[in-house]
Design a protein around this ligand. Structure first.
Ligand SMILES: [Zn+2]
Length: 482
């Protein structure tokens, strides 16, 4: 198994909308096309009526430059836009304005990379800026559709396309890569990846010596690992029966969770790229690049380092926290309200992650706030509750969103530091365990048994420091009375 896994090659093509822009890539129609009646968010440019002229959105170039620099790309000195010609209802112009052209076109940037946690480098071949096509919806499933509807509201929205080399070796690595990419894009603030359809992914996968299968239209990053796992199993099972894998394009059905053959490729499609004569070549000046660099927000890698220094977090904890910008922000707020940032980090990176994985949820699905975490952390630091009780409170808090202190009171989980109460319990334990008391008088180490009995009798609710003091006082009284 592991031998075969080593030979798998996976490459990804990621499309990400620059949702933070006010307008589309080549016109002044709003970029925010969601929740508008179909075909109302359009103008002559994005529809491509004769005589309309595109004008490049400067801010889109600015954002794309930011993404390219954050992903270690080399920016092209002089970039061109091309028309990619095809006939399909999602592009009323019958061409898409994009950048790549196999015959010498220049994309926005080339040769970038992302490091995985293991240190492995995933090469990014190229990045380009292009317009999004319209959105098609089908009457029924794709297989048995009778009608197709088209909504041009999305047509012309700025997209960046990032293409990896086939360096990924497993569906899990693909997911880790996409998580890293997501976190970087979120930290840059150029796109809200939580919006429906703001990121889409195509994947290609081939087994050792096998032909390349492309899986199209994976609508969310979470689905990528699933789609690739399905495809890996399908290809392995065919290969083991001696059936060769066809080079084809398949569609991921995220309801049935299977891939379906769309078309078997005989040859590369010829899109007849030619330069978009209505747009001038783009040259990024040194001053422009300098401005972008100086405006660049803190990236996940830098934030990870800062978390270790500023909050005294372990490298592992910091790494988990920056995987999602939302989680990293949540941590920083929790740290602000609590006395012990390191503890807050540990609850969020370990206990919270375990809960979310098991429940199949995300942080955003919960109703807790950073103040919940801060209060719990402080209760443990102040010895108001034991660590064991804190875990119970934590889980209850995630489920009910109640504040930890009120859960502790309701459930009677607060530590008892009242000396009189502890003395009474200690006396009772001494009476029940005369042999242990004698042992403890002789040997200091035997004291732990008595402390354990006190904790057991009170279900761990007694303040350990108070119990320790009282047991020692009582033991020395026993000793002197002998
Ligand atoms: Zn428009």
């Amino acid at each position: 198994m592991s031998d075969e896994v080593g030979k798998i090659k996976i490459g990804l093509e990621v499309h990400c909308q620059l949702t933070s822009l006010a307008t589309k890539l080549f016109c002044s129609s709003p970029a925010d096309y969601r929740e508008r009646p179909p075909n109302t968010n359009i103008c002559p440019v994005c529809i491509g009526t004769p005589g309309s002229l595109p004008a490049l959105n400067r801010k889109a170039v600015y954002y794309a430059t930011m993404v390219a620099l954050a992903l270690n790309f080399k920016l092209s000195d002089r970039m061109l836009f091309f028309r990619k010609n095809y006939f399909y209802p999602d592009m009323s112009k019958n061409f898409q304005i994009t950048q790549y052209d196999r015959a010498g076109g220049v994309p926005f940037a080339t040769d970038g990379y992302i490091h995985l946690d293991s240190g492995k480098k995933i090469r990014l071949g190229r990045m380009q800026l292009e317009e999004d096509p319209a959105k098609l919806s089908y009457d029924g499933t794709i297989d048995s559709s009778t009608k197709t509807f088209v909504d041009y509201n999305r047509a012309g929205v700025a997209l960046i396309e990032i293409v990896t080399e086939p360096d990924l070796k497993s569906p899990r690595e693909a997911r880790e890569f996409l998580n890293k990419l997501t976190s970087i894009v979120e930290h840059l603030g150029v796109s809200d990846l939580g919006l429906e359809g703001s990121v889409r992914c195509d994947a290609n996968i081939s087994l050792a010596g096998g032909r390349r299968v492309e899986v199209k239209n994976i609508s969310s990053f979470k689905e990528v690992e699933r789609a690739l796992s399905f495809e890996m199993t399908r290809q392995k099972s065919l290969t083991s029966k001696g059936i060769s894998i066809a080079q084809e394009t398949r569609h991921w059905d995220d309801v049935r969770r299977i891939t379906i053959s769309l078309r078997v490729k005989e040859e590369e499609q010829d899109y007849r790229y030619f330069p978009e004569a209505d747009l001038v070549p783009v040259v990024l000046s040194k001053g422009f690049i300098k401005d972008v660099k100086s405006d660049m927000p803190e990236l996940p890698k830098e934030r990870e380092r800062r978390f270790q220094q500023e909050y005294n977090l372990s490298g592992e904890t910091a790494q988990v926290l920056v995987k999602e910008k939302g989680l990293a922000d949540f941590f920083e707020d929790s740290a602000k309200y609590s006395k012990n940032a390191r503890e807050a980090g540990s609850w969020l990176a370990v206990d919270l992650q375990a809960f979310l994985n098991e429940a199949g949820k995300e942080l955003a699905d919960l109703e807790i706030t950073p103040k919940h975490i801060a209060e719990l952390v402080d209760m443990v630091s102040n010895a108001e509750v034991s660590r064991g009780a804190a875990k119970t409170i934590f889980l209850e808090m995630l489920k009910t969103s109640k504040m930890p202190r009120s859960i502790a009171e309701e459930k009677g989980l607060k530590v008892i530091a009242d000396s009189k109460f502890v003395e009474d319990v200690t006396e009772k334990v001494f009476k029940e365990n005369p042999k242990a008391v004698q042992d403890a008088v002789k040997d200091e180490k035997a004291i732990n048994f008595l402390l354990g009995q006190i904790m057991r009798a009170t279900r761990g609710r007694v303040d350990p420091a108070v119990a320790n003091r009282i047991v020692r006082e009582k033991l020395s009284a026993v000793k002197s009375s002998e």
